[in-house]
Design a protein around this ligand. Structure first.
Ligand code: PMP
Length: 454
């Protein structure tokens, strides 16, 4: 096509090349570090996702504080990626840094609780509600363990997920819809099982599809985000969550709500803000202020059912847990985050600045007549390089224009603003300043002026 996301293709190619040259020319130290240090890593990076950034070579970080990064070439960058939510409350929030320093002298991991563990548990219930909690290290693991429990208590095999979802590297959820059939995602590495024996994919916002799947009687749980945040952003339609809750109850499936990203919604997450009532609640990433931790909680009736299964279980491995999970450093950071960082006041600041960002981006989109739109879930803002609203993962996939998005991300970075790779997500932390928001709006506006110049 002559146009990508409404942008002239040749202009896009030219701008991309220029921005890549500009990035590279200004970062001799990052380039040298990546060239020297990369050779021992598979794919030259410590984790292969780092190849998915739009830069020709990685930005090497010197330090990250608040909502600001400094790279080793000395550039200051306003960080709106915030570790893709791990640092949603800012880098190294002071109470968390203090907790880390204090715990560092008292042991890092010992497979036993500390007093802070019980404090963290009380705080989790206070913030998120009445669940019986377990602590894991990643949201991926929390979802995997939640799925085991769901299968154990229902005696059913499958999980229902929404096309285009992401819940971490949970094998079972790595399916997609192809001509109405659930199939393995094509890019999976070393995938030897047919995941459609473990999962059924349905389109988000399609309650009739959900009902058809549940009526088969083999779905243990629906695993969903309250808002689809991982392929563009798709909001639930009116009545979707009520319908999902009613249908899961009617057909005896559990409802697992993964709040790992929608924790941006406000205090207590989307669940508290919108009165969802999941059977299992999962959240990770920023829950311990950036220290690797995740939690999953069972609603009391599910916990009772699980206790009955657990009592019948022969001794041996449960398939749940990892050695370094629920360690003293996590307890200290969870307690500090939940009591001093993830506060209603912090959310109020985030919300206000995020609303400013949303409005500024929407104005720029309108000013340059880009066929795009912008959405927000609390502190999480996403622009989509296609008209909206999107109703499901299929529409979200069609709205994704990697070439245009990568060019724009580089333009923004070369103007001092980092946003998340893969799609167009920006997070506003309590540390994010108004002037940082305004700088991103200005960079976006300037970039669109060039991309959409007549
Ligand atoms: N759930 C959701 C909704 C996510 O977006 C992600 C990661 N993007 C995860 C779970 C997995 O988190 P982690 O990679 O930290 O395991």
């Amino acid at each position: 096509p002559a146009r990508i996301a409404g942008i002239d293709r040749r202009r896009l190619t030219g701008i991309t090349a220029r921005e890549r040259r500009r990035y590279a020319a200004l970062r001799p130290k990052s380039r040298a570090a990546a060239e020297r240090g990369g050779t021992v890593f598979l794919n030259r990076v410590p984790m292969h996702w780092m190849r998915d950034w739009p830069m020709p070579f990685p930005l090497v970080v010197d330090r990250a504080e608040g909502a600001h990064l400094t790279d080793i070439d000395g550039f200051g960058i306003d960080d709106f990626c915030l570790g893709d939510t791990g640092s949603m409350f800012g880098h190294s929030p002071k109470p968390v840094a203090r907790a880390i320093r204090a715990q560092a002298r008292r042991g890092l991991t010992c497979m036993l609780p500390t007093e802070a563990a019980y404090e963290a548990g009380r705080l989790l219930t206070g913030v998120f509600g009445d669940y019986l909690w377990q602590i894991a290290t990643t949201a991926t693991d929390a979802n995997r363990f939640a799925l085991r429990v769901a299968r154990a208590v229902t005696g059913r095999a499958k999980v229902l997920v929404f096309d285009g979802c992401y819940h971490g590297t949970v094998d079972d959820a790595m399916v997609t819809l192809n001509a109405g059939q659930t199939v393995n995602r094509p890019g999976l590495v070393g995938q030897v099982t047919d995941l459609s024996t473990l999962a059924t994919a349905v389109q988000f916002n399609d309650l009739a599809g959900v009902e058809t799947a549940l009526a088969g009687g083999d779905i243990a749980a629906v695993l969903t985000e309250p808002v689809m945040t991982n392929s563009a952003m798709v909001l639930p339609g009116p009545g979707f969550h009520e319908g999902l809750r009613a249908l899961t109850r009617r057909y005896g499936a559990l409802l697992i709500v993964d709040e790992t990203h929608t924790i941006s919604s406000g205090y207590g997450g989307y669940t508290r803000r919108h009165g969802l009532d999941p059977d299992i609640f999962v959240v990770g990433k920023c829950i311990a202020g950036g220290m690797p931790a995740a939690v999953w909680g069972l609603a009391p009736p599910v916990a009772d059912r699980f206790a009955a299964c657990d009592a019948m279980r022969p001794p041996g491995h449960s398939g749940m847990g990892t050695t370094l999970s629920a360690n003293p450093m996590q307890f200290a950071c969870l307690a500090a985050t939940l009591s001093e960082v993830m506060t209603p006041a912090a959310y109020a600041r985030m919300e206000k600045r995020a609303a400013r960002l949303e409005a500024g981006l929407a104005q720029a989109i309108a000013r340059h007549a880009a066929p795009w739109h912008v959405l927000r879930v609390g502190a999480r803002v996403e622009f989509v390089c296609a008209p909206g609203p999107l109703r499901n993962g299929a529409e979200a996939a069609a709205a994704h224009h990697p070439d245009a998005e990568r060019a724009l991300h580089l333009m923004l970075l070369n103007r001092g603003c980092l946003i998340a790779p893969f799609h167009n997500m920006m997070l506003v932390s309590p540390a994010t300043k108004k002037r940082q928001v305004d700088r991103l709006i200005a960079a976006f506006d300037e970039s669109l002026a060039e991309l959409f110049a007549p």
